[in-house]
Design a protein around this ligand. Structure first.
Ligand code: NAD
Length: 411
């Protein structure tokens, strides 16, 4: 099932529970604005090549729209539509004063030189500068883009609209970015994981966790969970999985990855396993923090962990999600579990608008507070409605958007 169909299915499950009429569902599922622009550049070989850039602004009932720019060969309008709507529900779940948007280009950034990437980004902004901005729609990094790309966006936007750091988030710390943005998604995942444990009266010291993916999200989730005394028994990256039954020395693994350009390949003291084996390990919690679609209907019956915290976006296929629910496995959905990133982006936007920096400690405290509150609300709603945490999270997000739309008046 593609991303758009999955999002619509989860939406409708929650909408059924909320008793939403068809007319409201149609309004909430229809993007506010979808823009497609021509992005022509002269490549380094002197050839002209033209790309298509997308920005989908899904909903602004709760505030300016927020969502990343993705540079990936599989970007298309339907995918961007689905991701934009997911941002609307995600920002509402954590109660940020935002709506949702997403954008991108169907390119493989690894095949472009830095000059080409800068040119393509600036041309893309030329095409859409008048439809985004601090009070309208605020882009951020996503797959294939990073803080450098965000710096180019701020600079290009400024050529049309003047100094405006709040027009984009995820900028370099030395260019109005946020200290703590890098760790925020992984920290948020760890906060949620610890909340799950405390809700079920389980001690971190007796919790064995397997984490798939040791990139931005996986490393910081591992770091914070290790600091909270959880036992991280398996970690992995594209080179495979690494298992140690009495717990991996996470600070050493982080150092190893740093010294080996992010790779865990060759790390000593661990048994080598496959990424598929990691998913079905005998452990207490599984954290997929790499790719989407890794928990399939074939893998789901073999999963032994009673809790899954979805750090990656859409790691669980819809049919696998149903099987996990039938098996009584708790899945904390992506729209809650990885919302720490957009929450930190919100802090960056707030501070850019105030021209005042909070400092790392305050950012961490505010993040812990927002993630903790959202978890509590989703958990309680799930209990009240005997619904999965995913349906409960969608109910919370959709309910808030619907309320704001109604309050603003539709007629
Ligand atoms: P990243 O590129 O920094 O790291 C990805 C990790 O996954 C790397 O360790 C890589 O080796 C590993 N990996 C790649 N292919 C793999 C495979 N086939 N099997 C196992 N591991 C594989 O990415 P990230 O920023 O950590 O993002 C991870 C996930 O979290 C993505 O789904 C992303 O959409 C989601 N996410 C990220 C953020 C954020 O702030 N970075 C926010 C929300 C959601």
């Amino acid at each position: 099932m593609d991303a758009l169909k999955s999002m619509q299915l989860y939406f409708n499950r929650a909408a059924d529970r909320l008793d939403l009429p068809e007319s409201i569902r149609k309004m909430l599922l229809t993007s506010k604005r979808e823009v497609q622009v021509q992005v022509p550049i002269i490549r380094d070989n002197g050839e002209l090549e033209t790309f298509v850039g997308y920005r989908v602004q899904h909903d602004n009932s709760r505030g300016p729209m927020k969502g990343g720019f993705r540079y990936h060969p599989e970007v298309d309008l339907d995918e961007v539509r689905a991701l934009a709507a997911l941002m609307t529900w995600k920002t509402a779940v954590v109660n940020l004063p935002y709506g949702g948007a997403k954008g991108g280009l169907a390119i493989d950034p690894k095949t472009f030189s830095p000059r080409e990437l800068e040119t393509i980004t600036r041309k893309f902004i030329d095409g859409i500068h008048d439809i985004f901005g601090p009070d309208i729609d605020i882009p951020a990094p996503d797959m294939g883009t990073n803080d450098k790309v965000m710096a180019w966006i701020m600079n290009q936007y400024g050529k049309y609209h003047g100094f405006s750091p709040a027009c984009v988030t995820g900028k370099p710390v030395d260019m109005h970015g946020l200290p703590g943005r890098e760790e925020a998604t992984g920290r948020g995942v760890a906060i949620i994981a610890l909340k799950v444990l405390s809700r079920l009266n389980r001690k971190p010291q007796q919790t064995r966790i397997a984490i798939q993916g040791f990139g931005n999200v996986g490393t910081f989730a591992a770091k914070f969970l290790h600091e909270s005394e959880c036992k991280i028994v398996a970690i992995s990256d594209v080179s495979g999985g690494y298992f140690k039954s009495d717990g991996i020395d996470i600070p050493a693994a982080l150092r190893y990855a740093m010294e080996h350009r992010g790779s865990l390949e060759g790390i000593s003291g661990c048994e080598k396993i496959s990424n598929a084996e990691l998913l079905t390990l005998d452990c207490d919690m599984l954290i997929p923090a790499a790719l989407g679609g890794v928990i399939t209907k074939e893998i789901a019956p073999k999963i032994k962990a009673p809790f899954i915290v979805e750090a990656a976006n859409a790691p669980t296929n819809v049919d696998a999600d149903d099987l996990l629910f039938e098996r009584g496995i708790f899945v904390v959905p992506d729209i809650l579990a990885n919302a720490g990133g957009v929450t930190a982006s919100y802090f960056e936007w707030v501070q850019n608008r105030q021209h005042y920096s909070w400092g790392l400690n305050r950012c961490r405290q505010e993040l812990d507070h927002i993630m903790g509150d959202a978890f509590q609300q989703v958990w309680d709603l799930g209990k009240e409605h005997k619904a999965s945490l995913r349906t409960a999270a969608y109910m919370l997000g959709i309910g808030r958007v619907r309320k704001a739309a109604a309050l603003a008046g539709i007629a």
